[in-house]
Design a protein around this ligand. Structure first.
Ligand code: ADE
Length: 414
């Protein structure tokens, strides 16, 4: 039984999946292999991810691998109802719809957990944490999970520190082919896609404040500069702050940057990056948005408390009038790249999702050998995805001669 908005939307969703499939050659290669190898035969796989076309294609590849797949969205605003309908029509169990209320979102997650999965793909840790709380009795069957985001890994590592995590989880986010491309180039492009679609305003000449200079922040700041903005970075980590400076950005405290910014983007992974003390300093027309996993980086409670008037001025754009000045919040403070656009480009998610599929295969192959905890993805899998991507792009690279290999493995200088 599916929990979707409208099954009749399936044809439109299928067109979207077909489009991204064309641009995901590494995943396509895995699907080709799985036609005969069926590495997930007889297994149940549960997925909690942004339910848009790239995710849908990955779910289909896992199904091609022989699994019974159940999927839910990892954010109520990133689910696309036509894609959900297309997946349901293709025999995948779907519990998700766009704009789910907090209660509906929780119910969709519960229905997904109730599929009693052997393997899990999670984005933000909601499914794994639910299985460790309300569905503890199902953990015995779980062979492992794979986590997509920085935020999810922070939660999982907190569970490890408290001795609570009972399954092995692969830290897909920490693989090179994930964070170097998805976090940096994917977020860098898709955040601007979301901001531009939501506002239809120019970026060139604006003062852009990027709050947080992790891999996502680096990408967002670099693309802002490329679009002609002047970039201010706010950071709490001294090394990252120096890096931002030497990357050519201005580095300021948030209390200084608050009065200068035209567009603010939070990418910290932490709560309360922007609060009432900052909103009170902002200029008329300032635009706020978030690209961190949860909608806690911009304190919406403070915005509501300070506002004399709140209204929706355009799809995905709410105005908060604070002492005669207008502050605009995009996508309700949720991930702007997924709530106001389609997420990262397909060519980028090709690598992230190939890593996810490889992580599931690795968990299954090593079932019984991996301890409970967070595990790095083996480097050979990371490299395999990079090689396949290069191959698909028609790019060949050099290799070491045997004399060079000898040199690099010897301490003698001959
Ligand atoms: N599409 C599906 N999952 C995504 C993610 N975690 N970030 C951006 N785009 C996505």
């Amino acid at each position: 039984m599916n929990t979707i908005r409208d099954a009749a939307l399936a044809p439109g969703g299928r067109l979207k999946i077909d489009w991204v499939r064309e641009h995901m050659p590494v995943l396509r290669g895995l699907a080709g292999e799985f036609k005969t190898t069926k590495p997930f035969a007889g297994l149940r796989v549960a997925i909690c991810l942004h339910l848009e076309a790239k995710t849908a294609y990955m779910a289909e590849v896992i199904k091609e691998g022989g699994a019974a797949v159940t999927i839910t969205g990892s954010n109520p605003l990133s689910t696309q109802d036509d894609v959900a309908a297309a997946l349901a029509a293709a025999g995948i169990t779907v519990h998700a719809w766009h704009g789910a209320t907090p209660g509906e979102y929780a119910e969709h997650l519960r229905l997904t957990a109730q599929s009693a999965p052997h393997l899990i793909i999670d984005d933000g840790g909601d499914l794994v944490t639910l299985l460790h709380t309300d569905y503890h009795h199902l953990l015995g069957e779980v062979r492992g999970g794979a986590e997509e985001t920085t935020t999810g890994l922070i939660r999982l590592r907190a569970m490890v520190a408290e001795g609570i995590l009972k399954i092995p989880v692969m830290a897909v986010n920490d693989a090179y082919c994930k964070f170097l491309f998805d976090n940096r180039h994917g977020t860098g492009q898709s955040v601007w896609d979301g901001i531009m679609r939501a506002t239809n305003l120019v970026v060139a000449g604006k003062e852009v404040v990027v709050v947080g200079y992790g891999w996502c922040g680096r990408g967002v700041a670099a693309r802002a500069a490329g679009l002609g903005a002047r970039v201010i970075v706010c950071e709490i980590n001294p090394i990252r702050a120096l890096e931002a400076l030497m990357d050519g950005h201005r580095v300021l405290t948030l209390s200084k940057a608050a009065a200068l910014g035209d567009i603010f983007i939070t990418v910290t992974g932490c709560r309360d990056a922007l609060t009432g003390e900052h909103f009170a300093l902002m200029k008329d027309g300032a635009i706020l948005c978030n690209a961190g996993h949860f909608d806690i980086e911009i304190n919406k409670g403070d915005l509501v408390r300070l506002a004399d008037c709140i209204a929706t001025v355009r799809k995905g754009v709410d105005v908060y009038e604070i002492r005669g000045r207008r502050v605009y919040l995009l996508a309700e403070g949720r991930l702007v790249n997924l709530a106001a656009a389609d997420g990262h480009p397909a060519e980028i998610m090709d690598m992230s999702f190939a890593l996810q599929v490889e992580a599931l295969r690795y968990l299954n192959q090593n079932y019984g050998r991996l301890t409970a905890g967070v595990h790095p993805l083996p480097p050979d899998l990371d490299e395999k995805v990079a090689r396949r991507k290069l191959e698909a792009l028609g790019i060949t690279i050099d290799s070491l001669s045997s004399a060079q290999e000898c040199y690099l493995t010897s301490w003698r200088q001959e």
